[in-house]
Design a protein around this ligand. Structure first.
Ligand code: FES
Length: 127
């Protein structure tokens, strides 16, 4: 039996896309396997580690828990879209300056979560 496919249109890192995709694949599979944007990582695959974090319409989400079909009509940002014109994003510069990478595997996810937070709350305060 052939897997059902769906057509989606969305923008990723400023680039408009229209793709026919298998209905059941995750946003993570689409981003890594189909679009070859390997900065988005798969750690746990069950929504616990955050290594797969992307920003969809300004909100940080776990790409491993989202169907790719749910990206239809949305604006998506991955770590590859943070840097502009070859210059690191200020968040990336700050991480590099402070050596805030640990092993580095989940750093793209942390960068994307930080990006979404600071876009919403430029000077977040602890409660
Ligand atoms: S891979 Fe761990 S939260 Fe998605």
């Amino acid at each position: 039996m052939k897997a059902k496919s769906v057509t989606i249109q969305f923008t990723i890192n400023g680039e408009k896309k229209q793709l026919d995709i298998p209905a059941g694949i995750t946003a993570l599979e689409l981003i890594r396997d189909r679009l070859a944007l390997k900065g988005t990582k798969e750690g746990c695959g069950i929504g616990e580690c955050g290594a797969c974090t992307i920003v969809v319409d300004g909100r940080a989400v776990n790409a491993c828990l989202m169907f790719a079909a749910q990206l239809d009509g949305r604006e998506v940002l991955t770590v590859e879209g943070l840097a502009q014109s070859g210059d690191l994003h200020p968040i990336q510069e700050a991480f590099a300056e402070k050596h805030a990478v640990q092993c580095g595997f989940c750093t793209p996810g942390v960068l994307m979560s930080t990006s979404a937070l600071l876009a919403r709350a430029p000077a977040p305060q602890p409660r």
